[in-house]
Design a protein around this ligand. Sequence first.
Ligand SMILES: [Fe+2]
Length: 418
Amino acid sequence: MRGFPRRRWSDPEREAGKETGLAPKPAQQDASRSALFAVANADLRTNPKKRTAGRILVVDDEAHVRTMIAATLERQGYQVMLASGGREAQDALDQDSFELILTDIVMQDGNGLALLERIHAENPNLPVIMVTAIHDISVAIDSMRRGAYDYVLKPFEREHLVATVQRALEHRQALQESRTYQQNLEQVVRARTEMLRQAMEDLEHSYDVTLEALGDALDLKDSETEGHSKRVTAYTIALARAMGISPGEIKVIARGAFLHDIGKMAIPDQILRKPGKLTPEEQGIMREHCARGYQMLRKIPFLAEAAEIVFTHQEHYDGSGYPNSLKGIAIPVGARIFAVADTLDAITSDRPYRVARTFDAARQEIIRCSGTQFDPTVVEVYLRIPNELWLELRSEITGQNRRFSTFDISPPLSAPSQ
Ligand SMILES: [Fe+2]
């Protein structure tokens, strides 16, 4: 070990067993620093809980230095393992775990700085104290820049060594506690997020149950709407998905489609159930169902957006619809999609005054009304979908007590990006 003041280890006092094996205090040693270490050590003696016992690896190529450091630390209750150089240290690190490393800087089989860098790369939270002779001080400082926790100058005092070791172990413990705290915090955040997600899911479910209750209430009043509402919802969702509309927006559109005729609850039975043709006055009252439905839903927060579709579901693309003769894209896209789905189901379903027509017939009618009643963009998307899909959706719903929450609003795999 270069520059190590060997004479200090053969000091007569130490030979006589008065000292612990470490160098006596050099004359030039700063007295105030000694006093500080003495205070720190006294604190450890009076408050043993502050001491952090740990496994320490001591790396030095001089056996008597290793032995003396070990003896000092073992007397403090630490478990010490010894290594005579970088290679042995690496073997020890591979086989065992340590809370602290004390390493000489200049050794026969390599540089302590290289060992420091390896340790730092593999285990950045493992503190390393460099042990060095006075004239290596610049190297010691450089080692701290490279991640060493501290350095101890040789010859060292027992108190200084013990206090530095204790401080390093407490630093490591603080780092570990901070990491554990962070991990616990992350776990708590994950758990809370999951709880929140679950609560949102429950809330969504209760929304759907409320929505279904509204639909059931309308069915009691107008039994004709039951299957119609569900089929129109399924067709509207299929069209909206094909148009690349986001799942969040589709949910709103689906709710609007499902409840489009909810305002009919406010229409007198003699008009709603009249078998024959309505008079112009009755027709006027019947047309109020859009605004009545809107008024019913707009105050319900989760249905407020869907209420817009309920309000505009009878508007025509060319402005010939009601209640506000809205035109083109002034009509919400959900209502424009719904209009095609609604006609598709109306034509292909039995009515008291006529039997159902085919999906091909519906297709011809929708093409005929593209640009007048219907948005041509929606019609174009509709025409890309084969009749088999509508037949499949229709047979899925017919005869089933289909719940609103079971409709699939997820985007298709090939959905174009919005
Ligand atoms: Fe309607």
